[in-house]
Ligand binder design. Structure first.
Ligand SMILES: Cc1ncc(COP(=O)(O)O)c(C=O)c1O
Length: 411
């Protein structure tokens, strides 16, 4: 059989016959070509990492699947439900894998995320930010009509009344969770009598169903050192759990106690009264989480980095540095550290502007050449996923699938 043009180029025959042409060894699919292959239902057979446009977002399927399986096993062993937070990935394909591994639904941070996930067939939604104002309330009603098991959080009696009034006018019942603030002073009512009184108000309102308590201690998630983190989370989650217990003691239909993060999954799961975990980052991971310290040492290795930015060395004019095509716009920059180079080993990355990053080559495990592909662990996975339209899913060198990040952005 005649080799295809691409096979011919890859084999190097093309290089031998045309020595003056700079033809890359791998194929050179443009984004349009990759999209057209997908649109034709042809899959992406034959596409390898080296074919991908850069900078692009890459999901390592082996690492991702191992993370998803590990958290699912932990939840099962702890006897807890799992409703992973989709704010991390904003991708319905990822959510479907989490459901496939036993999750009973996913959380969403915005109404936009909820709508995109529902449109892709993902249910069991818990919206973890207060949906206030006519636009969000009416969209919540629409979402609930489509997915009657949708829940959202409430932290004020006035908001409860507004939801109740809109639900009554629309002829639907909205499912409400009392949002209790463990410590962050971001959203949530204080634990104790005020939280219990809010639950009573919700329970009394005819167009709302009281479902339980949402208590997310974000301030605990990245406390460094396992014992410190444990002490922090226990201190701030205990009053939340006591409020939940008080609601149940009064006979209210509060069944769900949802909380926990990737940093506290094996801490909060031990707390009396928790019923489900809304962990998010564990599926993708990032530099931030790698530094919090694990149960058995300084490195937090419970979950592996699965999300990478793929970049290309576009300038190599100095012995000690090289420049890649991934800069400030390719990474979320909300942390005071940047990405970490995963492959090749031994390189240090520094931001060098909007479109450029600099690699320090002193510790490089091998020579770095013009055109080399560099894989970088992202500093903070949630806002990083939000920057890209799609993630390229890889196994080894092969690109296996392309998943749309369909819930990204704000609308
Ligand atoms: C309300 C809420 N729940 C759960 C999570 C998941 O936390 P993590 O990604 O640390 O697991 C987040 C993350 O920011 C969150 O804001």
């Amino acid at each position: 059989m005649q080799p295809t043009r691409r096979e011919w180029l890859r084999s190097g025959i093309g290089m031998a016959m045309a020595p003056t042409m700079m033809i890359p060894k791998a194929g050179a699919y443009s984004l349009a070509e990759i999209e057209s292959k997908l649109a034709q239902g042809a899959g992406i057979e034959g596409v390898v990492k080296a074919d991908l446009p850069t900078p692009s977002l890459m999901l390592d399927l082996d690492a991702f699947e191992a993370n998803v399986a590990r958290m699912a096993a932990h939840a099962e062993q702890a006897g807890l439900d799992l409703r992973p937070h989709a704010k991390t990935h904003k991708c319905s394909e990822v959510a479907k894998r989490q459901l496939g591994a036993g999750a009973l639904g996913v959380c969403a941070a915005t109404i936009r995320e909820g709508e995109a996930l529902a449109a892709a067939g993902v249910g069991g939604l818990l919206l973890t930010s207060e949906l206030v104002g006519p636009n969000k309330i009416h969209r919540l009603i629409r979402l609930t009509r489509k997915r009657p098991d949708t829940m959202s959080v409430v932290d004020h009696p006035l908001h409860a009344e507004q939801l109740n009034e809109a639900a009554g006018a629309a002829g639907v019942k909205l499912n409400a969770m009392v949002d209790i603030d463990p410590v962050g002073r971001r959203t949530g009512i204080a634990p104790g009598p005020r939280a219990v009184a809010l639950a009573e108000t919700i329970d009394r309102l005819p167009h709302l169903n009281l479902k339980g308590v949402h208590g997310y201690s974000g301030a605990s998630s990245h406390v460094k050192g396992f014992e410190n983190r444990k002490a922090h989370s226990e201190k701030y989650m205990t009053p939340v759990l006591e409020s939940f217990a008080a609601m149940r003691k009064k006979g209210m239909p509060a069944e769900i106690m949802s909380g926990a993060s990737t940093g506290t999954y094996n801490i909060d799961s031990e707390l009396d009264g928790m019923t489900e975990m809304q962990v998010g980052s564990y599926a993708l991971m990032d530099v931030d989480y790698s530094m919090i310290g694990g149960k058995s040492g300084e490195t937090y290795g419970d979950f592996q980095p699965a999300l990478f930015v793929l970049a290309t060395v576009i300038s190599k004019n100095h012995a000690d540095i090289a420049t890649v095509d991934a800069g400030l716009k390719a990474f979320a920059t909300d942390r005071d550290f940047g990405p970490r180079v995963a492959r090749p080993a031994g390189l240090e990355y520094a931001f060098r502007g909007d479109e450029h990053g600099q690699l320090e080559l002193a510790g490089a495990a091998r020579e770095v050449k013009l055109g080399d592909k560099i894989e970088l662990v992202v500093p903070h996975c949630d806002p990083n996923a939000n920057l890209y339209d799609r993630m390229y899913c890889v196994r080894g060198e092969r690109v296996r699938q392309v998943w749309k990040i369909d819930a990204r952005g704000h609308v």
